[in-house]
Design a binder for this molecule. Sequence first.
Ligand SMILES: C[S@@+](CC[C@H](N)C(=O)[O-])C[C@H]1O[C@@H](n2cnc3c(N)ncnc32)[C@H](O)[C@@H]1O
Length: 211
Amino acid sequence: MADGAARRPRRRHLGADPAAWDEAYRAGDFARLHGLGEAPRYGIIAAWLRHLVPDGGTVLDAGCGEGALFRHVVGERPSLTYIGFDLSAVALETAARMIGTADAARARLRRAGLADYRPAPEDPPYDAIVLTEVLSYSADSITWLDRYRRWLAPEGVMVATLQVPRRPDSGAHGPFNALRAALDGPAWTVLDSADLTSPRGGNAWVLRVFR
Ligand SMILES: C[S@@+](CC[C@H](N)C(=O)[O-])C[C@H]1O[C@@H](n2cnc3c(N)ncnc32)[C@H](O)[C@@H]1O
């Protein structure tokens, strides 16, 4: 086996399968999301939320994984309430440990899927709903955004980011093209957009903030 093939992690089919995500998180496949290579993506999200989410606001992190949004963005704004949900119980356990007891009172973590998530009765309207690197895994995900919009505060915003698919046969092309088409249409108002490339890591993302 060539060196590169030996080092390359086995490609998992993840989709919306909680067991597959649990296995991937146990294997540390997504630990990189906390690292330097993802900091520019979170830097843009942080800048948008600084402008658009008032102190005392509530941020919903849909598909929160291990809570990297809290680490990179919400942690430094102690007045914000953070609600994260994800399919993976393993990722949520890591998120809870990372958030820690000092911030536990302002953080709620829930196990749920994008297709059937509902706010809890005690939740305030959300000032921001962040869907970062989660929409690629379900073919219909972009059609669900309209349901999420109903849970926004009057000046609330949604943030979506999608990695530009690397392989021509990637299933991520569907959601990627659907998001761009939806946000180019009349149903949404795009407040800002960024196209980000990371030559060092070989990644590229589209980021949009909209309502
Ligand atoms: C690439 S990780 C991104 C995690 C986090 N948003 C970030 O950017 O650091 C994708 C996450 O989306 C979650 N996910 C995928 N499909 C989902 C779905 N249908 N509902 C809820 N979570 C989902 C996975 O469990 C995983 O934690």
